[in-house]
Design a protein around this ligand. Structure first.
Ligand code: GRF
Length: 193
């Protein structure tokens, strides 16, 4: 559990690579009256991430790093995060793997959301693989980030039924709805709120 002192909001950075629906959801969560979060900055590795538009819409700082030289970019990102006094990082569809040394700097403070019931179906194309294996259930997981992909300690999961006529697209849509409920819940849980 992460201990939060005083009445201060949790200064949060959200890392994205794509659409940013989880980002948007976390921003909306942060705007709720009693929300413990304030989203200070959005980081992306992809200038074309659709989610970057939420920076403008919600007046949040954004920075893009291409991760061509990961160690150089990570150092730069760390500087920014320290300057912003960030104490929580939420990965939300972020497609780069953070290094061990980066993670060390934010031990127990980096979360990720993954569209499967981890430890099953780590990595990409989860819904396609779930359907190919004729699984009865799937879901989503919020977990702490560790140096190994999708392997950190699980915080919370939501299980849903796979339907007979599901396609990867249909399944992704239904899982995403659950992701949007689950990420705020995970944050409340780790801060014991
Ligand atoms: C989500 O399914 C998330 O679980 C996975 O990538 C997707 C990102 O979607 N890691 P979005 O960009 O938040 O819409």
């Amino acid at each position: 559990m992460v201990i939060l002192t005083g009445n201060k909001k949790i200064k949060t950075a959200v890392f994205i690579s794509g659409k940013g629906s989880n980002l948007k959801n976390l921003i909306q969560f942060s705007k709720r009256k009693k929300s413990p979060l304030i989203i200070k900055i959005i980081i992306s590795n992809n200038l074309k991430s659709k989610g970057l538009r939420f920076a403008k819409i919600f007046k949040i700082k954004k920075k893009v790093f291409k991760f061509k030289k990961k160690s150089v970019d990570e150092k730069e990102i760390l500087k920014i995060l320290k300057f912003e006094r960030i104490n929580l990082i939420c990965l939300a569809g972020f497609m780069k793997i953070l290094s061990k040394s980066f993670i060390k700097n934010f031990k127990g403070k980096i979360l990720n959301i993954h569209p499967s019931l981890l430890p099953d179906y780590k990595g990409l194309n989860t819904h396609k693989r779930v359907l190919l294996n004729k699984e009865k259930y799937t879901g989503c997981t919020v977990h702490f980030v560790s140096p190994n992909l999708d392997s950190g300690k699980i915080i919370i999961q939501k299980k849903i039924k796979v339907k007979k006529d599901d396609t990867p697209k249909k399944l992704a849509k239904r899982v995403l709805i659950e992701e949007h409920k689950l990420y705020p819940k995970a944050i409340l849980k780790i801060f014991n709120l």
